[in-house]
Design a protein around this ligand. Structure first.
Ligand code: IMP
Length: 392
């Protein structure tokens, strides 16, 4: 059988609940692969009643039989990976046999994180300050450091050379040391982990689930530039980041909340302010999993969603956080207008998830977007889930 890769992609500005969807779907696959991004992601899972936030490691981690791949399109912070691996070991998860690191993924160095702190004071994007942008910038400037260099004798010299380039430029701002203890511990861990050459290493599997981070509206090309992340969060990122052809792509699951959130700066046409926003932040626990920042909240934006569905070729939609809107008298959805003057369609709110008003809303979304809704997530736990499989 040939390889099929299905993808779980965010259709908004991230935080759609992809981590839970991947955890839910993972048992149908032999491997879960991250294809872009780095520890800017914060995928929240609940395992045996405990909240676990994953930044680097794919969300299939709690299914022991499944391999985990960090693909070539990703950037890896060795310090974060090391801490995350330690935390998972404490939960009894052994990664050694299961985690595969793409040899073409790039490293985030201590200087990249520091550079981001410096640039955020002049050009405010509201990044997660994890060094993502500077690491990708070096990658595209062809002076970054890929994983397969970590075994080379002059590896640390290469790190120091890249560090020096910036340290000299910013000598007046006292940059950090190039090789902290934590960084070196992370490199030790990385050296001990299994590596995979892409794409050849993927052909031992028949079914892989590609796990997106962030969302379509944060894509470096397709998103709300410059208020975006530095990688391809869309289906194009799956192809480039795992080095596979479009023929390998099977289902594309697009994940969207039934409202919208955004962390950081940038346009947000359906943003809500005041008491209702505070209510949504509180009820939806809308606080960044990586940075702890409060997320901006707004109504569902069908104009943006239609765009995201088109770009990604979404075959089925998964709606999340349907429970959060319970109790509202009226739910608005943007259906037109301009970004500065959006127009809305109003729906009666739902008082429970078995309220017919909710299913009227879901069916209306399906019709408007011409994509089936295959599942609805109704709470953070794995069990809080309604499968509408006949529609997928
Ligand atoms: P960066 O990815 O850290 O460079 O941040 C760029 C923009 O993407 C900022 O607005 C961040 O808040 C946003 N961002 C990055 N990662 C995530 C995520 O996992 N969820 C939501 N927003 C994110």
């Amino acid at each position: 059988m040939s390889l099929q890769i299905d993808a779980v992609l965010g259709l908004q500005w991230g935080d759609e609940g992809k981590g839970k969807v991947v955890d839910k779907f993972a048992k149908g696959y032999q491997a879960v692969a991250r294809f872009q991004g780095g520890p800017n992601a914060g995928h929240t899972l609940y395992h045996q009643g405990q909240k676990v936030v994953l930044h680097q490691i794919p969300s299939g981690v709690f299914h022991e039989q499944i391999d985990l791949i960090i693909g070539d399109g990703a950037v890896i912070d060795p310090e974060v990976l090391w801490k995350e691996a330690e935390g998972l070991t404490r939960l009894g998860i052994n990664l050694r046999e299961r985690l595969w690191i793409g040899t073409g993924a790039h490293l985030i160095l201590p200087i990249h994180k520091w550079l981001e702190e410096v640039s955020e004071t002049s050009q405010k994007i509201g990044t997660t300050r994890r060094g993502i942008g500077p690491a990708y910038a070096d990658r595209y400037a062809r002076r970054g450091i890929p994983i397969d260099w970590i075994e080379e004798k002059d590896f640390y010299e290469k790190v120091e050379n890249l560090h020096r380039l910036y340290a000299q430029h910013y000598s007046h701002l006292s940059p950090p040391s190039p090789l902290s203890e934590e960084f070196q511990a992370g490199i030790q861990l990385l050296r001990s982990l299994r590596k995979v050459d892409l794409p050849s290493g993927l052909y031992r599997y028949e079914r892989i689930l590609a796990e997106g981070s962030q969302g379509t509206m944060l894509d470096i090309f397709a998103g709300t530039y410059p208020y975006v992340t530095s990688s391809h969060t869309t289906i194009a990122g799956v192809l480039a980041g795992l080095k596979v052809s479009p023929q390998a792509i099977g289902k594309v699951y697009g994940v969207s909340k039934v409202y919208t959130t955004r962390v950081g700066e940038g346009p947000f046409p359906t943003e809500i302010h005041g008491d209702l926003a505070a209510w949504l932040q509180e009820k939806g626990q809308e606080r960044g999993s990586t940075t702890g920042r409060l997320r901006r909240c707004g109504w569902l934006d069908l104009v943006a969603l239609r765009y995201a569905i088109q770009i990604n070729g979404v075959s089925a939609l998964i709606l999340t956080k349907a429970d959060v809107l319970i109790g509202l008298r009226e739910v608005l959805v943007r259906t037109g207008g301009t970004d500065s003057q959006p127009t809305y369609t109003a729906f009666p709110g739902w008082q429970s998830l078995s309220d017919p008003a909710f299913y009227t809303f879901v069916r209306w979304i399906e019709r408007e977007l011409a994509v089936p809704v295959s599942a609805i997530s109704t709470g953070p736990e794995r069990e809080a889930w309604v499968s509408l499989t006949s529609r997928s």
